[in-house]
Write a new protein. Structure first.
Length: 407
């Protein structure tokens, strides 16, 4: 790779998918980079369902992404070689009217944290599950037997996975462990706990990095939720703790769990965001069909844990395709509304009907506390269009293959 400084300027679209442009300079000065305004108009399959709303009234003018030196993550030489850039930078998006873009969920998360600074003390951990795909499973695999952590299947992917982890190291993304999951070529990387916006950025960048490194090995790294209806889905487990809480440990865990249960009731769309992810309801795996809470149990939707004397609660329901900015924003909104006197309610069935989740999202007091009305309306409208598009696919496989182009 050339020694010339290059910066990959990035922003998350409405689905949390990385969009970007490589610029031939460093960020010693602020930069404003133009992108097509149609990017935010697309549903998860790539159809510009909101183009007439978000682009045409302004002559399809560019959106602008602003980045500065403080946004840049400088890469080590090894990571720069693997990713083809010397720095990564996530910017804020301005719409063609010159206003903050209503579907820039990262900006909404940042604004929510600025308005509720006490939430910055929360620590978020994340476990990213993904699949590597290169056609039919190779005979040389040491196939898993349905038991996670077998580790045998990692051998054939050792070079790719090692390069992924090296690139994460080179980008300053602190990971804790790598495990093989239940299926052939299904893996999980656990990220160290950090503050909410930083963790959302790490998840966003880790997905991009893993996909880019896999491509160099001739593989597709996908964060699709349900790759096959007969195998375990991939999830994005979120761990939340409040190490500086003044209440006792049990009260802290209960308060966080109540916040997460509110997300399950009112903002399920944010953590299980596609029609594909709803197929997980029918797969026997480590997830529950009800909003139940356990002390350490893996078959519950939420589980209460403790690490180094600090209680934390794991939300096991988000699927791998969840937008990390939106999912974390909804959890924070739930925590902001939780009361110390809240008690855990009786478990209720989770509603996997896609249309119901869209309606609940639009009407939710939780969502309205975190997002402006325009953003809620646009996102719900996009998802309704997306549901119609999904219905046009004749088979599960056709819909999945369309998703694989983006996820």
């Amino acid at each position: 790779m050339s020694a010339a400084p290059r910066t990959l300027v990035l922003f998350p679209d409405a689905h949390g998918i990385a969009r970007g442009k490589l610029i031939n300079r460093d960020l010693s000065r602020n930069a404003r980079v133009g992108f097509s305004s149609g990017v935010f108009s697309k549903d998860v399959y790539g159809h510009p369902v909101l183009f007439s709303v978000l682009a045409e009234p302004f002559g399809a003018a560019d959106i602008k992404v602003d980045v500065s030196a403080r946004d840049a993550v400088l890469l080590t030489d090894g990571a720069a070689l693997a990713l083809g850039t010397t720095a990564l930078a996530i910017g804020s998006v301005t719409d063609p009217r010159g206003k903050p873009h209503p579907l820039d969920i990262r900006a909404h998360l940042d604004a929510f944290l600025s308005a509720t600074p006490q939430l910055k003390r929360l620590r978020i951990g994340a476990e990213l599950e993904f699949n590597l795909i290169d056609g039919p499973a190779r005979a040389s695999h040491l196939a898993p037997d349905g038991q996670a952590y077998a580790f045998g299947g990692i051998g054939i992917r050792q070079r790719c996975l090692s390069d992924m982890l090296d690139a994460l190291d080179g980008a300053g993304i602190d990971w804790r462990d790598l495990s093989q999951e239940n299926e052939v070529d299904q893996y999980e990387i656990a990220l160290a706990h950090t503050d909410p916006l930083d963790q959302a950025d790490r998840i966003f960048l880790a997905r991009l990095i893993c996909r880019m490194v896999a491509a160099r090995h001739g593989l597709r790294c996908t964060f699709i939720a349900v790759r096959d209806q007969q195998v375990s889905p991939s999830n994005l487990h979120l761990h939340v703790s409040d190490p500086n809480a003044k209440e006792d440990r049990r009260a802290t865990a209960t308060r966080i769990a109540c916040a997460m249960l509110r997300v399950l009731d009112e903002a399920f769309l944010a953590i299980c965001p596609t029609l594909n992810s709803r197929h997980a309801e029918h797969i026997a795996s480590f997830r529950s069909g009800t909003s139940n809470v356990s002390d350490g149990g893996r078959f519950s939707t939420l589980r209460q844990l403790e690490e180094n004397g600090t209680p934390r609660v794991e939300l096991r329901t988000p699927t791998a395709d969840a937008n990390p900015y939106l999912a974390i924003l909804m959890v924070l909104a739930g925590v902001s509304m939780a009361e110390a006197t809240d008690a855990l309610p009786a478990p209720r069935p989770l509603d996997f009907v896609f249309a119901n989740s869209i309606a609940a999202f639009e009407e939710s007091r939780l969502v309205r506390a975190a997002l402006p009305a325009e953003a809620i309306s646009l996102f719900a409208s996009m998802k309704r269009h997306e549901a119609l598009k999904a219905a046009e696919f004749a088979t599960f496989e056709a819909e999945r293959d369309a998703l694989l182009k983006a996820l």
